[in-house]
Design a protein around this ligand. Structure first.
Ligand code: TXA
Ligand code: MG
Length: 319
């Protein structure tokens, strides 16, 4: 049965979604980054349903969402760096990977057997209201089929996962548009495991330089080569699109010649571009084009996350 899409602006809708979560069902909900596919992080069966619905490999752990840093401290061990970052950026688009607290009430599958746990306090009012109403830690990956483009509207969720969730809370298009920044704090040196909605520069200003993920170790297993992929091939750093391509443009100087063009931000604003990224990739992903050609996008601020996602969207695919 297709899920009920409920406008999220009533307490009835939040209560209905909270009831579904307490009953072990899946609920899609808006966060400030992308829509999440949520379930009770304490229930092995509910978490297993997330992996099944997405077709997600079971070695790829999930982020646990909480309504406050105080709640998060029940699950992960905060050091000074973690306290600093939480105080500055929570609620907001930041995920901290911390040593998991022994005996923390989490389903084993949430962390895919790792000794660490990924924690985030989202800032979207619907996400916060839902977390408070259900009283559960919510495991929530992005609400898309594994490896595909993330969902930034309730309609995107309904198209991909509508028959697999009990409720979709519709809070309109998400504001940030790319996933949270993931910082690894389980070792002595902080690491940028995934660029995202909080710019790297803002984090480094507080806790110093961030290392790359440890060489040879897949620190964020979801950060594998091909991900965020539309159906069409993706070609990067294009300044000469061909007539059978769809152009994903950025900035005021747009080359001519593509079959169709969408501009992420005519003014060259990276936050606007991030907010439009996934919806525009979906709109250009058409059967009548040979490839999505993407113009160069500056690699600072939110541009780091945009370039990261586009690189993975363009990577060779297994299937
Ligand atoms: O903005 C976001 O973070 C969204 C919204 C819904 O909150 N969620 C999201 O979840 O992007 P997901 O599952 O699509 O991406 C989570 C990433 C994956 O790359 C996963 O491998 C990594 O977090 N991750 C989770 N737990 C981890 C851990 N203990 N250590 C390292 N990486 C971890
Ligand atoms: Mg994802």
């Amino acid at each position: 049965m297709p899920a009920a899409i409920l406008p999220a602006n009533t307490s009835d809708a939040i209560e209905a979604a909270a009831r579904a979560l307490r009953a072990g069902q899946l609920v899609a909900f808006p966060t400030e980054t992308v829509y999440g596919l949520g379930a009770d992080a304490g229930s092995d069966a509910a978490v297993a349903a997330i992996y099944a619905a997405k077709g997600r490999p079971s070695h790829n752990p999930l982020i646990v969402h909480l309504p406050s840093a105080a709640e998060a401290a029940r699950f992960g061990a905060f050091d000074d760096r973690a306290h600093k970052l939480a105080a500055a950026f929570w609620p907001g688009p930041l995920t901290l990977v911390l040593p998991r607290i022994a005996g923390a009430p989490l389903a084993e599958r949430v962390t895919a057997g790792l000794p660490t746990v990924a924690l985030r306090v989202p800032s979207h009012p619907v996400a916060l209201a839902l977390l408070k109403a259900c009283g559960l830690p919510l495991a929530a990956p992005s609400a898309n089929v594994s490896g595909r483009v993330s969902a930034t509207t309730a309609q995107h969720v309904a198209e991909a996962l509508g028959d697999k969730v009990a409720v979709i809370l519709d809070g309109g298009p998400t504001e940030v548009g790319v996933e949270s920044t993931i910082v690894g704090l389980a070792g002595p040196r902080p690491r940028l495991l995934r660029p995202g909605g909080v710019p790297r520069e803002a984090i480094e200003a507080l806790i110093g330089p961030l290392d790359a993920p440890e060489a040879g170790v897949v620190a964020a297993p979801g950060m594998l080569a091909s991900h965020y992929a539309p159906h069409c091939p993706v070609r990067l750093n294009v300044t000469d699109p061909s007539a059978d391509e769809a152009l994903l443009a950025f900035g005021p100087d747009v080359p001519q010649g593509a079959k169709v063009t969408l501009n992420l931000s005519p003014q060259g604003d990276l936050a606007e571009a991030a907010a439009n990224l996934y919806a525009y990739l979906r709109r250009l992903d058409r059967a009548d084009i040979a490839a999505i050609a993407v113009m160069p996008i500056p690699a600072h601020g939110l541009g780091l996350a945009i370039n990261d996602r586009l690189r993975r969207a363009a990577a060779p695919r297994d299937a």
